[in-house]
Design a protein around this ligand. Structure first.
Ligand code: GRF
Length: 187
């Protein structure tokens, strides 16, 4: 079995899509969920599916080497940042070089970087009058949202689309492509 570790901070709908996609899969399993927010939806999700959960706080990142060793204990083939809002420490990024991916709800390099997450992204896309937006699945390196792209999927934006409507459709794209990108990378 190839082990996937999913990092998430919020609602966890992408984590849910990954869990559902690999439920009963013969080669890939979600071995651990890492979360920095005890109130996040993803915590209940992990419990409901009996998936080990690691709740972390800022102190966890101050001893990044110990954190990396803990992750190593789960023998991950891939670490997936699925709506994880903290910057992963460089020590961890280096320890798992070529094994960490992130999903971003826009067509990077547009609408990326610090502070660009969640609805802020879709509001910015709307405010700029973009005719299209999309998702980017990319490798994680030491610079936020700057690793090489693995996959981008495009979404047309109509003049009367609200940021909320854009967000809903972006989530649907994410839920489709993220599990399949993981399967492709691990095949
Ligand atoms: C997603 O839009 C993802 O692209 C971004 O954060 C959001 C997380 O949503 N990085 P969810 O928690 O998976 O529902």
């Amino acid at each position: 079995m190839k082990h996937v570790i999913v990092f998430a901070s919020g609602q966890g709908s992408n984590a849910a899509a990954i869990i559902d996609f690999f439920a009963g899969h013969d080669a890939v399993t979600v071995a651990l969920i890492v979360c920095n927010n005890p109130k996040a939806g993803v915590v209940a999700l992990a419990r409901a599916h009996g998936i080990p959960l690691l709740l972390i706080d800022k102190a966890t990142f101050s001893d990044a080497a110990a954190f990396a060793r803990k992750l190593e204990g789960y023998n991950p083939a891939l670490i997936v940042l699925a709506g994880f809002l903290w910057k992963v420490p460089e020590t961890v990024v280096r320890a798992f070089a070529g094994k960490i991916i992130n999903i971003h709800p826009a067509l990077l390099p547009k609408y990326g970087g610090k502070g660009m997450y969640g609805m802020r992204v879709h509001e910015a896309v709307k405010a700029a009058g973009e005719a299209e937006t999309g998702i980017t699945i990319h490798w994680v390196n030491e610079h936020y949202d700057e690793g090489a792209a693995i996959l981008q999927a495009y979404l047309p934006v109509a003049a009367d689309d609200s940021p909320e409507r854009i967000a809903q459709r972006i989530h649907r794209l994410e839920h489709y492509y993220l599990p399949r990108a993981i399967a492709f990378l691990l095949d």
